[in-house]
Design a binder for this molecule. Sequence first.
Ligand code: ASP
Length: 293
Amino acid sequence: MTPVVAVHGGAGGRIFDAPEAAGVCERASAAGLNILRGGGSALGAVQRAIEVMEDDPLLNAGTGAALNEDGRLELDASIMEGSDLGAGGVAALSPFRNPIAIARAVLEDGAHVLYAGAGADSFAREMGFEPVRLTEMRTRRSIQRLLARQRDGASEPDDDLDTVGAVAVDRFGRTAAGTSTGGTVGQRPGRIGDSPLIGSGTYADDEAGACSTTGLGEAIIRECLAFRAVALLRLGVPATEASSATISRFKSRVGGRGGLILVNGAGEVGIAKNTDAMPYAVSQLGHELISGF
Ligand code: ASP
């Protein structure tokens, strides 16, 4: 098995940011591959790749994540490993630098799969994560996007989507997937999207493969998009076909707009979207890095 990491920087319509976002994806997938090169697990690679994207203010996760209607951050993230189907997630989390690391702590702790709101915050503190001030994670760009949304309304629903996600397979054939987001720009307080939900935003099963999705959460949740893609892999559908068939049904069944990345147990990657842009990058040992939008 040749270890591989694939990442996305979110499906959306704002093509002018996409080349720069693809550059962030390149750094993220390379950082994930470094974990695998050093003998690390697919789970560790996914976490590292997502942390790089959370730390970059351009993308809608961690620092620079989308603000809700009140100008506050409510962060969502989930992570899953495909060997034992271990999973962890946080939803509507207060400002913490790396929500994906907290989702990983939920997985490792093992008592529950998903914590939301104040309970997610106190779990994070108990695990030794330090909350940060909103002003340290809110950026000029995230404020401008909120003001633009409040001024112009939601005329182009996919303009403000750009969640991050990663999938990986390590040298032992172990798979993992993860997803992290601030949600949609100007979302109502308490709104939770697909990204922290196992089966919708994230799914991994070594018997089939791993998937991370992006797009309008309200449609993704109803379609169980990540699970649906992995179910096709389980049937032996090739990775590229599984990704495009899942996105085409997403559109025809629930009118969904978005995209996904997936990887099967053989390390073959599938990438599909039905929005104008979805920055991505793929790093595989012994291969040249691939990226695009
Ligand atoms: N899926 C995310 C959500 O609905 C948004 C995105 O993918 O950009 O919260």
